[in-house]
Design a protein around this ligand. Structure first.
Ligand SMILES: Cc1cc2nc3c(=O)[nH]c(=O)nc-3n(C[C@H](O)[C@H](O)[C@H](O)COP(=O)(O)OP(=O)(O)OC[C@H]3O[C@@H](n4cnc5c(N)ncnc54)[C@H](O)[C@@H]3O)c2cc1C
Length: 391
């Protein structure tokens, strides 16, 4: 006799990973899929918020990320096709730094190992082709041709709509308070009642330690601020002329994206904010002094910009010490956890969402074993302090 009962999978959090997992899970006809999000549909509190995210294939983190990023690139294109929306502007990504800068060397090694489409720009070429960047004589650049800018809010809205169209049930303004695994299934207690599930995907980002105290030693909440600057000639900073970028000048790291709104472009560098254990108490805006400093720095690095950031916002993200994510399934195979995207994980959220969906469906995808919780906790003993940065 065939058992026709569908497996019920609950996804906690409809942010970057949760939305992508819901989209993938909803494609599997033998699953009943439920998403639970503490805020509304596509909100401003998640680590994904803030108009754009840098996408790079020539990653500074080294080659082990490249297959995951290439799979994500395919999935970003699939999401665009299925939703009919533009999500990924492949305008390229410039990494600018003095010749020999360590992150640049890793990016170049990754390019060589994976034969990634790219261009090396000498100081002269950089000045000629991208006069928007005011560079010093030591600076060179690597142009990652498959890099660019992602539209995070549009991506999440699209994935959630597609999941719903495929039959997933989404509950907003509902907080998951507790998850209890029993031999018969998982009990998910929320502010709006209790849900019984066969499997649960925890994709709760910066809030993960609240549901999984075992992550408390591993995850730290780091603050990341965003600022937008007003150029006198916006056309120079339009996506057609101005790629996404990472810039290292001494110990100052800038990252940003072209103007998507038509009047300002994103250029951000982060003050030295403390590291937090919980989102409670994390700053929600820059101070006046911080904005003045960022503006002054920007004027030195970008041509024709006003020193006053015209928009700003402050966000947070859950970090592991070496910035590798956690992707794991509990011993009873009922609870799947994906978290710790460490300030650079939006670009590969579709691949992580796909892993989560495969694990929830009982499959065993080929995942980097360093992402397991046991390996992450073990690494705690050998790793140095938490690194900031990202993108
Ligand atoms: C300012 C900033 C800039 C960044 N820039 C880049 C970049 O350029 N490129 C890049 O690749 N990455 C970048 N990142 C990193 C990337 O955006 C994040 O790593 C990614 O969004 C994290 O995804 P997530 O799904 O883990 O968390 P989120 O996207 O925050 O999603 C978690 C969701 O879970 C919900 N939730 C939490 N707890 C509960 C609960 N108990 N019940 C119900 N719902 C719950 C939250 O409300 C949220 O919606 C940046 C991050 C920040 C903050």
């Amino acid at each position: 006799m065939t058992d026709t009962k569908k497996t019920n999978v609950v996804v906690v959090g409809a942010g970057a990973v949760g939305a992508m997992a819901l989209w993938q899970l909803s494609k599997q006809p033998d699953l009943e899929v439920v998403g639970i999000e503490q805020y509304g549909r596509v909100h401003s509190h998640g680590s994904y918020a803030g108009e754009s995210r840098v996408f790079r294939t020539a990653v500074h983190e080294g080659g082990s990320y490249v297959p995951m990023i290439q799979r994500s690139r395919e999935l970003w294109r699939t999401l665009e096709k299925e939703s009919g929306r533009e999500i990924y502007r492949e305008v390229g990504c410039l990494s600018i730094a003095p010749e020999g800068f360590p992150d640049l060397l890793v990016a170049m090694r990754t390019i060589e190992d994976f034969e990634l489409p790219h261009r090396m720009l000498s100081n002269e070429e950089l000045r000629k082709e991208y006069p928007q960047h005011l560079v010093s004589d030591e600076d060179i650049a690597v142009f990652d041709e498959q890099g660019g800018g992602l539209r995070p809010e549009v991506a999440i809205m699209s994935a959630l709509e597609l999941a719903e169209a495929n039959g997933a049930k989404l509950h907003f303004n509902t907080t998951v308070l507790e998850i209890e695994s029993r031999s018969s299934g998982v009990i998910v207690r929320t502010t709006q009642g209790t849900v019984h599930a066969d499997r649960v995907v925890i994709a709760s980002g910066s809030w993960s330690t609240r549901l999984m105290p075992e992550l408390q030693d591993l995850l730290r909440i780091q603050v990341i601020g965003l600022t937008w600057l007003l150029p006198r000639n916006p056309a120079l900073y339009a996506p057609e002329r101005f790629p996404a970028f990472l810039r290292d000048v001494g110990d100052v790291h800038f990252f940003g994206a072209p103007s998507f709104d038509g009047y300002a472009f994103k250029a951000c560098t982060n003050p030295k904010w403390p590291v937090y254990r919980d989102v409670e108490g994390v700053p929600t805006s820059h101070s006046r002094e911080e904005l003045i400093r960022i503006g002054q720095r920007a004027v030195e690095l970008f041509d024709g910009v006003s020193p006053e950031p015209v928009r700003e916002s402050v966000h947070h993200c859950a970090y592991t010490p070496d910035r590798l994510p956690v992707v794991d399934r509990s011993a009873d195979e009922r609870i799947i956890t994906v978290t710790g995207l460490s300030g650079h994980g939006f670009k590969f959220a579709p691949a992580l969402g796909e892993y989560a969906a495969q694990l929830a469906a009982g499959l065993t995808p080929d995942i980097d074993e360093r992402f397991s919780l046991a390996s992450r906790l073990q690494a705690l003993n050998t790793l140095g302090p938490y690194q900031g940065g990202g993108h």
